[in-house]
Design a protein around this ligand. Structure first.
Ligand code: ATP
Length: 213
């Protein structure tokens, strides 16, 4: 089990996927909450639960999740959003815990896009934010098929502000430059996290402290 577990977050289009690919290329295990949600939404028992609690409109004719409908319905109705979160969140955290326990790297990275929105930062040893100015994120996201300005603005409105996120995270990667600059920052942080993990190892061997879970 890793000595250090780092939560990575950031607004939509800030570069979380890009950064996590760089960490993975350095041999660091990456657990992605969004991917876990996708896997859950594909599973039959979860689809049945969603149908029971949120209505059959959430599924298409093949019985698969109608993502566009689901997204719209939870944006329009907070009580439905709560119901969906009640189904997904406990399973997502369980899966994250299992993923962490399975890993034997010095540290691991957990990508949690809504970390501060869900108030779950206390679960982690450190928090890392990927930051980019709003105008740049919007410009990058507009290249995605089907993402118009209105959709992007609605997604942005569901997330905490950039300023609040910056004030809450311990570590930061600035993603408003080149990919080379991004790579350099990740490599520097990787060295830092390895040092922190090694220091925890020493503490543990003297019985000073250990991971809480
Ligand atoms: P989401 O929140 O929607 O999952 P994300 O935070 O994972 O997004 P990415 O998918 O990594 O963000 O990046 C958004 C887009 O910006 C992608 O098309 C990516 O290739 C591009 N991008 C990210 N960083 C850079 C960079 N430094 N230079 C140029 N393009 C970049």
């Amino acid at each position: 089990m890793p000595k250090l577990v780092v939560a990575m977050t950031g607004g939509i289009g800030s570069g979380k996927t890009t950064v996590s690919e760089i960490f993975a290329s350095l041999g660091i295990p990456v657990i992605d909450a969004d991917r876990i949600v996708s896997d859950l939404l594909a599973s039959l028992p979860i689809r049945q639960l969603i149908r029971r609690h949120l209505g059959r409109g959430c599924l298409d004719r093949q019985g698969l999740i109608n993502r566009g409908f689901l997204r719209q319905t939870i944006m329009a109705d907070p009580s439905r959003r709560k119901r969906l979160e009640g189904i997904l969140h406990p399973r997502v955290w369980q899966s994250i815990e299992n993923g962490i326990k399975k890993s034997d790297a010095p540290y691991c990275l957990v990508v949690v896009p809504l970390l501060f929105e869900t108030g779950q930062q206390h679960r982690f040893d450190r928090t890392l934010i990927i930051d980019a100015p709003d105008y740049l994120r919007i410009r990058r996201l507009r290249h995605r098929p089907g993402w118009n300005l209105q959709h992007i603005r609605t997604m942005l409105s569901l997330q905490v502000s950039r300023r609040l996120r910056l004030s809450l995270a311990q570590d930061r990667i600035e993603n408003h430059g080149t990919r080379k600059q991004l790579q350099d920052q990740v490599e520097k942080l990787d060295r830092f996290y390895r040092q922190l993990a090694a220091a925890k190892d020493v503490q543990d061997s003297f019985g000073v402290s250990s991971r809480a879970s």
